[in-house]
Design a protein. Sequence first.
Length: 111
Amino acid sequence: MTPDPAFHFEYEKSTDQLQLPLTTIKCHGRLTVNSAAELKNFVKPLIDAGGHHIVIDCSDLQLVDSSGLGTLVGLKVSAVNKGLVHLELVNLSSRVAELLKLTRLTDLLTK
């Protein structure tokens, strides 16, 4: 699959209230079968490193298809299984919020 040209993200590194490394990732466009691997390939090494707080800002995410949703769930499960990693979605666009509500994934992905 080639990356979806309508999807991109930028990130910022800082520290959270507990002085843990914090990476905030602001996503733009459509998280689909063509772009999900791009996000996964960036976030997975952060999870594997452990001791990290990862925030995915979805305020400009216009669409998430089943592959994008599967990637987000997979990243969250990886973070939970790793232990010392906190991953959460914030600033959900109305479309993404509705998708998470319909799939009953809001609590899993936003806490």
